[in-house]
Design a protein around this ligand. Structure first.
Ligand SMILES: Nc1ncnc2c1ncn2[C@@H]1O[C@H](COP(=O)(O)OP(=O)(O)OP(=O)(O)O)[C@@H](O)[C@H]1O
Ligand SMILES: [Mg+2]
Length: 257
């Protein structure tokens, strides 16, 4: 059975997609079979892994209807990493699921009994129905939080959303846990970054990842070249930090070679 992790935050630009791509790649390097599902109509995750929007014939939108994982997934250049890209068609999905009371189960049902060890879901920046569906399908949620005040402030609304979905899942004896809060875009020259980091750790002492993702131009550059940062610049800071995050999440001391 796969472990399903949503990367979610209603705040835009906090590093959800960057984390989804690089964490998925880092987990895959540890010999786990990983599927990355993009639930954002911007389709940044596939583009960041070298696909063009024209390459994408089927997307995560199809998963909500007649298609299954096998017919929507694409093989990436990374061994062990497949992707189901996002597309603008997710707009239609959202309209459809609004009219269908059963829709919260739709993704969950499609992700049961797959051959993947990990499924990472990149969520759109909202608390929309698509995010409800992703959280319902997930075992846990990783919340990237940029080291600035509004991002910290938005954490409360995200936690409330998680509580809401936990309550629905409990009725079917299923759980949703917070995998962890990940501090992103940390700027070690900015005193305020340290203050926000301290606040988050005070608020969620058990749930804050020890690994912090610093600002790094390699992360942006890798996306420009359509690669995860580990393949792009193995020894860069961004690569080291996402590999460390994967080890922390997997509970491993060192990487499998
Ligand atoms: N640690 C980092 N250092 C430098 N730039 C970063 C870092 N993390 C993300 N970025 C850049 O910040 C921008 C937003 O990142 P990303 O797309 O991952 O955020 P997001 O939360 O997925 O955004 P959205 O909410 O719009 O989907 C991108 O240009 C990305 O390259
Ligand atoms: Mg994104």
């Amino acid at each position: 059975m796969s472990k399903i992790i949503s990367i979610a935050s209603q705040k835009g630009g906090v590093g959800k997609t960057t984390t989804a791509i690089n964490l998925a790649a880092a987990i895959a390097r540890n010999d786990f079979k990983v599927l990355l599902i993009d639930l954002d109509k911007k389709a940044n995750a596939a583009v960041g892994l070298g696909f063009t929007r024209e390459d994408v014939k089927k997307s995560s939108a199809n998963l909500f209807f007649e298609d299954n994982i096998e017919s929507c997934r694409y093989i990436t250049k990374n061994k062990n990493l497949d992707i189901i890209p996002g597309s603008i068609k997710l707009n239609e999905v959202e309209k459809t699921i609004m009219c269908n009371g059963e829709s919260i189960f739709m993704l969950h049902n499609k992700l049961e009994n797959t051959a993947y060890d990990y499924i990472i879901i990149d969520c759109p920046p909202s608390l929309s129905l698509l995010v409800d569906v992703a959280l319902y399908a997930s075992d846990s949620v990783l919340i990237p939080t940029e080291c600035e005040f509004f991002s910290y402030d938005d954490l409360i609304a995200m936690i409330q959303k998680i509580n809401e979905i936990q309550t629905i899942k409990k009725k079917s004896k299923k759980t949703l846990v917070v995998e962890g809060i990940l501090l992103t875009k940390f700027d070690n020259r900015n005193v305020f970054s340290y203050k926000i980091a301290e606040k988050v750790r005070e608020m969620f002492p058990e749930k804050s990842f020890k690994t912090v993702i610093n600002r790094s131009s390699h992360l942006q550059e890798a996306q420009y070249y359509g690669k995860d940062v580990i393949s792009f610049a193995y020894n860069s800071r961004g690569s080291r930090e996402y590999r460390k995050l994967a080890l922390e999440l997997l509970g491993l001391d060192k990487e499998k070679k």
